[in-house]
Design a protein around this ligand. Structure first.
Ligand code: ACO
Length: 337
């Protein structure tokens, strides 16, 4: 039996809308305060998409950067996976990214798993590479949840922001693997904890026929249930991923969690015995950008040369579904600095 194909994570990119909205600005119309939001979540400001922004344009910018940093030509990309719950087009926004990049040989489609979306897409992309189906894949995580929150609901709207991030993933040189282990979970029985469900409205076509009408309700969330779920389940999947790889928490360079709430990050790190200095966080500046949080944080850390080639990263995504998962990643490739 031939050895399994290894994965290399060789480029990253990110893009966010220009408009910054601070906690104080939210207090202009909401009964909230900077002190409440900071102390409960760690968030100080977030980026909000205006009508001129689009998910497809931010995703394309992030993907273009990842492609350039990996040193690929657009025609070398085999697959573009776009993790999003807020596409510009419900038929899929990935084809628009493919067209913007001129990646004409790539197949492109969307994958929806809310805040777990990027991690699930990364794991999915790895299967295409390991099976020999694809050589080079762009994995994008992007969401504009500002379009889907109820801006009068202070319990949810203060948490979210908009953004996009991307990672380039390719066949690794022999002896290298950038995806050591992975764990994925879904508990659909608890899906109502966090939802952006269909709005049940209808249109009368004739007196014997009423068809449904497309539309969604704003995000609804049971914050305390989601919080409890995250602090219970995320340490378990991370522990399982570490155990599968035979790696201890002390050997990790970074903990890269879905950026939902600073208190969740601290609690998970504490449960695993990982010091705060190894916990990557940019919640303060962006809030929860859903499928974009992990690649956005990753890109910032790579650009700041905090994450370097060979670094070992434990990552976990969690959110609506309920869905959650973990992966143990090794950034870069052996010939990179
Ligand atoms: N400003 C001021 N007061 C507020 C606000 C606000 N923005 N929001 C809620 N409050 C009030 C409540 O009304 C309540 O007041 P009351 O006691 O008079 O009724 C009080 O603050 C406490 O509310 P709680 O909901 O108990 O606050 P809690 O400490 O649980 O924090 C929070 C709420 C921050 C939402 C927390 O539960 C949390 O972070 N949960 C996880 C949510 C999450 O991460 N979701 C995203 C998952 S990822 C995905 O898939 C999209």
């Amino acid at each position: 039996m031939s050895a399994a194909v290894g994965i290399a994570l060789t480029g990253s990119g990110a893009a966010t809308p220009a408009r910054v909205v601070t906690n104080d600005e939210l207090s202009l119309w909401l009964d909230t305060s900077d002190a409440w939001i900071r102390s409960r979540t760690g968030i100080a400001e977030r980026r909000i998409a205006t009508v001129e922004d689009s998910l497809e344009s931010l995703s394309s910018q992030a993907a273009q950067q990842a492609l350039e940093r990996a040193g690929w030509r657009p025609d070398q990309v085999d697959l573009i996976l776009l993790a999003t719950s807020s596409p510009d087009d419900l038929f899929g926004s990935a084809p628009a990214v493919q067209a913007a990049l001129g990646a004409n040989n790539a197949v492109a489609f969307d994958l929806t798993a809310a805040c777990s979306g990027f991690l699930f897409a990364l794991i999915t992309a790895a299967q295409y590479i390991r099976s020999g189906t694809c050589q080079r894949v762009l994995v994008v995580g992007a969401d504009l949840l500002s379009r889907w929150v109820d801006w009068q609901d202070r319990r949810t709207c203060v948490l979210f922001g908009d953004g996009a991030g991307a990672v380039a993933m390719e066949v690794a040189p022999e002896g290298w693997d950038g995806l050591l282990t992975m764990v994925m979970r879904t508990d659909g029985r608890r899906r109502s904890c966090l939802a952006m469900a269909r709005q049940a409205t209808s249109q009368v076509l004739h007196d014997q026929l009423q068809a449904g009408l497309g539309g969604f309700r704003p995000i609804s969330m049971d914050g305390q249930e989601v919080y409890k779920f995250a602090v219970q389940q995320v340490p378990l999947v991370l522990t399982q991923a570490l155990k599968q790889a035979g790696i201890t928490a002390e050997q990790l360079d970074w903990l890269l969690l879905h950026q939902a709430n600073e208190r969740i990050l601290a609690s998970v790190a504490q449960r695993l015995g990982i010091p705060a200095a190894k916990v990557l966080s940019n919640l303060e500046n962006y809030g929860n950008t859903s499928a974009a949080t992990i690649p956005l944080m990753l890109h910032e850390a790579v650009m700041a040369q905090r994450i370097r080639s060979g670094h070992l990263i434990a990552s976990s995504g969690f959110g609506a579904g309920l869905s959650w998962g973990a992966a143990l990643l090794r950034w870069g490739r052996p010939d990179a600095p």
